[in-house]
Design a binder for this molecule. Structure first.
Ligand SMILES: O=C(O)CCC(=O)C(=O)O
Ligand SMILES: [Fe+2]
Length: 718
C-alpha cells in the first residue's frame, strides 16, 4: 500500500478538529489570493500526498488554516475546485426529451358528427382500438390534412408534412380513467424533463393519423397555447411500421420507435417544444397519436430544456486554465450523487440519474467536441490504521472505466486518486461519507487494535483528450505498449494518432522496469518510423542515463535492447542528437558499478555495423575512406558513443575506490578490459585523432603508470 496522508478517526474528523484544518490546495489558494498571483499559474504547490516519493501530510502547509467555503466558491482555484464551480452551473437536472410505455388503458375514443355541436347526441361512434384498416379509413374522412407554420403563415404541403388531423372539438375521450393516464404521464415528465415543482397542465391539442407515406420533416413546435413549453405525444394502439419520432437538442439525439408493439401497447413521448424533431415516414399501417400541449401554470419562468450552455462554457475555460497550471492534476474526478452497480452502468451515460445525468450530459458535449475524454469509473478508498493511536493511512484509486456509450474500457487500467488535487468535491469528500464496510481487529498480545474502512463510489472522470495516450500509459503501460505495437503493425490508426501514442510510450520509458516490456516499447516506437517519437525515446534514455537520482539507480537497458536503440537512431536519421544521447547512455553503462560493459559493447557494435553497412550501401560525399565508414552520419553517432564510453571508463579506472582489496582489483580489471575493447573499436575505425587524444589524456598516463606498477592489470584484462 502506498502511504497517503494521515487520517483521523471519524469522530475527530466530524468535530472538525483535523490538524491544519483546510486542505493544502485551499491554503495555497489563499496565499495566491493575498499575493496577487493569478491562480491559473500555480495550483501545484498544495499537492500533498500525490507526488509519489514523499507524500506530505495534512497540515504541513505553513499557512494558517483559513479555508472558508463561501470564499472558495466565489473564487475557485486549482483545476478541481474550478471544475466543481463550473459544474455547479449545470442547470436543470432534466433531459430534453423522454418517453416510455404505459399500462394499457384505452381512452374510449368517439367521433363527434360534423356540426354535432359537441353534445352527447353529436357522437358519430366509437373508434375501436387497435385501429382496423376500415376504421382508419373512416377516421381519415373525418380529418383534414394537417398544416404547418412558416413565419406568420399557415401552410399545407405534403412534402413537408403529410398527416391527417382532427380537432379536439370533434372527438370525445369517454373513459373517465383516461385523465389518470395523462396525470401519470405528466408526473413522469416532471422527473424526466426536470420540471421541479412548476405548475404543469396537459391540454389536448390534436388527434393525428399517419398512413403509409405520412411524415413530418424536422421542425420546432411554436407556442400553440399561452405558457406552452413542451409537446406530449400519446401513442394509441394501432399497428404500423416506420414512423419513428426523432428529437435532437444541443448536439444529442433521441429516437422514439414504438412500432414493434404498436398494435397492443400504449406509449408516450414528450419533448421541450424548441427541440428539433421529425416524424419519419410511416411505411405500413396507421400511426394514431393524441398530441397534448404541456403548459406552464403559475408564477416563475416556464421550464426550459437544460442546454448547459453556461456550464459547458465554464468547463471549457477550466480546461484551458487546467493545462496552463505548473503541475496540472492528471485527471479530475466528479463524484456522483447516486449509487450505481457495475452492471447498472452497462448503458453508460443513459444509466445516470437526475443531477448526475445533467453533469454527464454537459461533459458529454465536450467529449463529442473532442476536448475531453469522459468516462464513468469506480472510485475505491481504503482507510487503515491503529485504533488506539488514531493514526492511519488512506489509499484511493480509480478503475473499471466505462465509456459514455456503455463500452467497458479496460485499456485505461487503474489510477491512483490524488484527493487533494483531483477530487472536484474537495479532499474532504470521503470524510462526509458513510463507509461501505468497516473491519475492526481486536488487540492481541503485542499487537494493537487495527481498523480498515472502505468506500465504493462511482464518478465521472475527465482529462483533456490530448492526454488520452499518456493516461493509457499511466493506467496500464503493458497494454498501451502492446496496443501501440499492434496498431503500428496493422496501421489501424492514422499516423498522427500513432505518433501521439508513441510519444506517450516514449515519455513512459522511465517507469518501465521489465526487460521484455522495454524491448517492446523501444521496438514499437522504432517500428513506427517517425523521427519525433524516436528522438523523444533517445532523449528520455539519455536523461535517465544522466540522472543520478535514487529513483533510477540503474539504467534498465540490456544487451538485447541494443538493436532497437540502433534502429531508433536510424529512424531519427542519425541526427547529431543521437550521438549525444548514445554517448550519455553508453557512458553511464560504462561508469556503473560494476560497469555494464556487455550492454555498452552491444550498442557500440550495433552502431558500428550500422555505420559500416550504411556506408557500403550508399557511400556519401563525406566518406573519407577511413575504416568503419567514417563519412556516414552513423559513424558520427558511433564516434560520439565511443567518446562517451572512453571518458566513462577513464573516469572509472582513475577513481580510487574505498579499499584496495580483491574486489577493487577485479573492478579495475573489468574496466581495463572494457577500455581495451573500446580502444580496439577506435583503432578499427582508424581514427588516429581519437587515439592520439586518448593517449595524451591524464587518464592514459595514469592507466599506463598503474599498469606498470600493478604488474599486469591490463595484461590480466587483455
Ligand atoms: O406525431 C408525432 O409524434 C409528433 C407530431 C409533431 O411533431 C407535431 O404535431 O408538431
Ligand atoms: Fe412538432
Amino acid at each position: 500500500m502506498i502511504a497517503g496522508p494521515k487520517i483521523l478517526p471519524r469522530a475527530a474528523r466530524k468535530s472538525g478538529s483535523a490538524p491544519g484544518g483546510a486542505y493544502p490546495l485551499l491554503d495555497a489558494c489563499a496565499a495566491r489570493k493575498s499575493s496577487g498571483v493569478p491562480h491559473s499559474s500555480s495550483g501545484g504547490s498544495g499537492r500533498g500526498g500525490c507526488g509519489g516519493a514523499a507524500p506530505a501530510t495534512r497540515g504541513t502547509s505553513p499557512l494558517p488554516a483559513t479555508a472558508d467555503r463561501s470564499e472558495e466558491e466565489e473564487e475557485p482555484c486549482g483545476a478541481a475546485a474550478a471544475m466543481m464551480a463550473a459544474l455547479k452551473r449545470v442547470e436543470a437536472p432534466g433531459d430534453f426529451a423522454t418517453g416510455g410505455s404505459l399500462p394499457l388503458v384505452l381512452p374510449s375514443l368517439e367521433l363527434a358528427l360534423p356540426g354535432g355541436g359537441g353534445g352527447e347526441s353529436g357522437c358519430g361512434g366509437v373508434v375501436g382500438l387497435p385501429l382496423s384498416a376500415p376504421a382508419a379509413e373512416a377516421l381519415r374522412t373525418a380529418c383534414e390534412l394537417a398544416p404547418f407554420g412558416r413565419r406568420e403563415e399557415t401552410l399545407r404541403d405534403p412534402a413537408v408534412r403529410h398527416t391527417w388531423q382532427l380537432d379536439p372539438k370533434a372527438l370525445r375521450l369517454r373513459n373517465p380513467a383516461w385523465q389518470g393516464v395523462v396525470d401519470q404521464v405528466v408526473a413522469k415528465c416532471r422527473t424526466a424533463l426536470g420540471l421541479g415543482s412548476s405548475g404543469v397542465e396537459a391540454q389536448l391539442y390534436k388527434l393525428l393519423l399517419y398512413e403509409p407515406g405520412s411524415h413530418f420533416i424536422a421542425h420546432r413546435d411554436t407556442e400553440k397555447a399561452e405558457g406552452m413549453f413542451a409537446t406530449l405525444v400519446l401513442h394509441l394502439p394501432s399497428a404500423y411500421e416506420g414512423g419513428q419520432l426523432v428529437v435532437s437538442h444541443a448536439g444529442r439525439t433521441k429516437t422514439f420507435d414504438y412500432a414493434a408493439d404498436s398494435a397492443y401497447a400504449l406509449h408516450f413521448s414528450a419533448f421541450y417544444a424548441d427541440c428539433r424533431h421529425e416524424v419519419k415516414p410511416v411505411t405500413r399501417g396507421h400511426r394514431l397519436v393524441l398530441i397534448y400541449n404541456l403548459v406552464h401554470k403559475g408564477q416563475g419562468p416556464a421550464p426550459a430544456p437544460a442546454d448547459h450552455v453556461t456550464a459547458i462554457e465554464a468547463v471549457r475555460r477550466v480546461v484551458a486554465g487546467w493545462q496552463a497550471e505548473e503541475a496540472p492534476p492528471r485527471k479530475l474526478v466528479f463524484m456522483l450523487e447516486h449509487r450505481y452497480t457495475r452492471d447498472g452502468l452497462r448503458t453508460g451515460l443513459a444509466a445516470l440519474k437526475n443531477s448526475d445525468r445533467a453533469v454527464g450530459d454537459a461533459l458529454a458535449a465536450l467529449a463529442e467536441e473532442g476536448l475531453l475524454d469522459v468516462h464513468l469509473a469506480l472510485v475505491e478508498r481504503t482507510d487503515t490504521g491503529y485504533d488506539e493511536s488514531y493514526d492511519g493511512d488512506r489509499e484511493a484509486s480509480v478503475s473499471s472505466f466505462v465509456a459514455l456509450d456503455g463500452r467497458q474500457a479496460p485499456e485505461l487500467g487503474s489510477h491512483r486518486l490524488c484527493e487533494e488535487t483531483e477530487l472536484c468535491q474537495g479532499s474532504d469528500y470521503f470524510e462526509q461519507q458513510t463507509p461501505d464496510g468497516e473491519d475492526f481487529e481486536e488487540a492481541t498480545g503485542n499487537e494493537g487494535a487495527t481498523f480498515t474502512r472502505w468506500y465504493h463510489r462511482t464518478a465521472l472522470v475527465v482529462w483533456p483528450r490530448c492526454k488520452h495516450f499518456s493516461m493509457r500509459c499511466r493506467g496500464d503501460l503493458k497494454q498501451a505498449v502492446a496496443g501501440l505495437q499492434k496498431a503500428v503493425e496493422q496501421g489501424s490508426e492514422p499516423r498522427a494518432v500513432l505518433a501521439r501514442w508513441a510519444r506517450a510510450v516514449a515519455t513512459s520509458l522511465p517507469r518501465i522496469n521489465g526487460t521484455a516490456l522495454l524491448a517492446s516499447a523501444l521496438s514499437a516506437v522504432a517500428a513506427l518510423g517517425d523521427a519525433k517519437p524516436a528522438a523523444l525515446c533517445l532523449a528520455v534514455l539519455a536523461k535517465q542515463a544522466q540522472s543520478r537520482s535514487a529513483l533510477h539507480p540503474v539504467n534498465p537497458l540490456e544487451a538485447e535492447h541494443a538493436p532497437a536503440v540502433v534502429e531508433l537512431c536510424r529512424v531519427y536519421k542519425w541526427a547529431p542528437q543521437c550521438g549525444a544521447a548514445l554517448s550519455a547512455v553508453v557512458g553511464r553503462l560504462c561508469a556503473g558499478t560494476p560497469p555494464d560493459l556487455a550492454v555498452a559493447a552491444a550498442l557500440l557494435k550495433g552502431l558500428r555495423a550500422a555505420s559500416v553497412g550504411a556506408t557500403a550501401a550508399q557511400p556519401t560525399e563525406r566518406s573519407s575512406g577511413g575504416g568503419g565508414g567514417a563519412g556516414h552520419p552513423a559513424a558520427a553517432v558511433f564516434a560520439a558513443a565511443l567518446a562517451g564510453a572512453t571518458t566513462a571508463l577513464a573516469g572509472a579506472a582513475r577513481q580510487d575506490g574505498p579499499g584496495q582489496g580483491a574486489e577493487r582489483r577485479r573492478e579495475q580489471q573489468e574496466v581495463a578490459a572494457g577500455l581495451l575493447q573500446v580502444l580496439a573499436l577506435v583503432e578499427e575505425r582508424g581514427d588516429a585523432e581519437a587515439l592520439h587524444a586518448f593517449f595524451t589524456t591524464a587518464f592514459a598516463r595514469h592507466f599506463i603508470t598503474a599498469a606498470a606498477g600493478a604488474g599486469g592489470a591490463p595484461g590480466a584484462a587483455a
